[in-house]
Structure formats: structure tokens, C-alpha cells
Design a protein around this ligand. Sequence first.
Ligand code: ZN
Length: 387
Amino acid sequence: MLELLFLLLPIAVMYGWYMGVRQTKISRDESKASQTRQFVSGIKFLLEEKKEQASDIFVDLLHINSDNFDANLALAEVYRVRGDADKAIRIHKQILESDVSVTQRKLVYKELAKDYVQISLYEQAIPILDELIEDSTYQVSAVKLLLNIHQALCDWDLGIKLIDQYHGILSEKYTVGLKSQFFCEKAQEFILTQKNDAAMEFLEKAISLNPKCVRAYIIISQLLKNLHRNSSAVEYLMKIPQIAPSMTMEMLPILRSCYELPREKSVYLEQLKKIHEYSSSASLIIELANFDELDNEETQEFILMHLKRNPSLKLFSELLKYQQINAHDAVSKENIGMIQSLVNAQLAKNPIYQCRNCGFQSKILFWHCPNCSKWSTIEPIHGFEGD
Ligand SMILES: [Zn+2]
């Protein structure tokens, strides 16, 4: 149904043109007659469900003037949103060749730059944006598109410079969020080349600019742990449950690695209990169950209590693990083991992370959503099948 509605859009634009042709009685004109034949061919393709061919003909037939400017612009946007930037470019170029005003021309250039960015033709987009950035009407759009380009090309320095230059016209939330991520990217580059001091400097900048930048806390604590500065690493890690309890699962492996000596076990347990004041993550409950000084029965009761509060496959699997240990006979052990395998198989199939902006799911934590290109919107899935 949506496909049909989409195909009706160019037809609606074409219909306007076609009626215009009839009304002004220019059907005698041979070139117009040829266009009419093309239009009929397009309809035939449509009836034969050859949507691509039909769509190509309709785009070629677009007759652009100031009266149908908005309709053509909308049509091009529909193509771009559907991922067909090539057709959007064709329409935008046709509009630019037609008789449109200077204001309309600038608007089309902005849309054309978006088309180029979508298909990574940055060399074509940049000169357009460099011109538009001088016009106050298009400045914000141009800066944002240029920032998208710098991100795609990993030009973090240029990105930071552009944000600094235009921070006055962008929202604080946008610049703080983006710049702290660019600082983290710079830090990760320095870590790869073992320039730890430079990396540390950028991570501290990220935290100072954006005290809620979970990514910076995670990278800096991992870096400090690797440098055997465990107590500093723990200090940064323990900020995470307060600023982003949903990210508890991400910090636990680093925290555990800071308390590897047997004599540190009780301190680790204390830290887990502090985290529990902010988070009821299934990973945290499992960690508490494994490290607390409880016997098997008490551990099962502890997990069961949390399972009742927050039903979760992860916790159920953990409960089965303890029940299997406690099972009285070999058959019961085997049966429980089989159920646990099934639950674990289901868990292994499930995605772990989800973007709260677009719903994109994955098994890997991306700081930059590959689907909607937002920063820091992907987090562990919670609830029955999550953490
Ligand atoms: Zn997303």
C-alpha cells in the first residue's frame, strides 16, 4: 500500500503537468506528444509492476516551473528518504535548470547537498555548503551537514574547529554532545598509537565539557586500569551508575578487573552494593549473587526475589545454574541443564543493544548509531529479553 502511495506522488505531479498541457492546447506540439507517449509508457510499467522503470520515466518527464516547485521538491525528498538519492539529485538538477527564483535556488542547493552527503559524494557537497554557510538562512543546516561530512571522514579536528566557530548558532545540547564524542574519538586514536597522555587529556576535556559522557568514563577507566592505576579507574567507573544506570552492564567487567586479588573481593562486593542503589541490571544481580557470601539456597532466593521483581531470561538462566547444582539426582540435573541450554540459546540469538532514537538493534555497542547517525543513543536492552 505504501509502495502504491509513493508511486502516486510522481503521478500526481505529472498529472498536474499533463492537465496543464491539455488546457493550454499545446498537444499539437510534437515534443509534447512525445512526452505524452512517455507518460503512457510510465503508466504501463506501473501496471506491469515495473516500478523502477515507471519511476525513471516520471522523473524524466517532470516539467518544472514556479507553480509546481514545492511538489517537485517534496517528490525529491521522498526519493532521498527512501534511499534513492540519485533520483533526488536528478530532480534537484532539473529544478536548478528551470526558471526559479534566487531564494528557491538556494533551497534546492541545500537539498542537493543533502543528496550528495547521503551517497557520500562529499567533494560535490562541500563547495555547495561552503557557499550556503555564508547565508544566515542556511547557516545551521550547512554547519550540520559539514559536521556530518567531518564525522564520516573521521576529521575530528575539523569537526571540533567548526563547532567552536559556530557554537553560537547551534544549541548547547547539540554542541556539547557532539564535541564530547569528537574528544572521545581523538582519545581513541591516541590510545591506538599508545600516546596515553594525549588520550587522557582529551578524555578529561570530554568529561569536563559533558559530565554525562558515559563513553569518556568507560574509556578513561579502561585506560587507567591498563596503566595499573586501579583506584583512579574505579573512581571514574563509579560515576556511571549515577549518571547512566542503564549502562551498568558495560562497566562491570572493567570494575571486576580492578579487584582481581582474593583479598580485594570484599571491597569489590561493597562497590557492587553501591551500584545496586542506582541500578537493578540483571548483570549486576548475577555479579552480586556470585560474589556475595551466600550459600546455594540463599543465592537462589536472592535471584528469585529479583526475578519476581524484574522478569528476565538472564536471571532465569542463572537461577537454573544454581538449581542444577542443588538437584538431587542425575536425571533432574540433566533436565535442568537442558532447559538452561535452551534459555541460553535464546539469549545468544537476541540482540543486546538498541538505539533509543531509531530502534536499531545489534550485538555490539556502537557509540555512533549506524542507522540514524545519532551519538550515544545505543544502550543495553532491558526487560525480559535484555539486561
Ligand atoms: Zn539510531
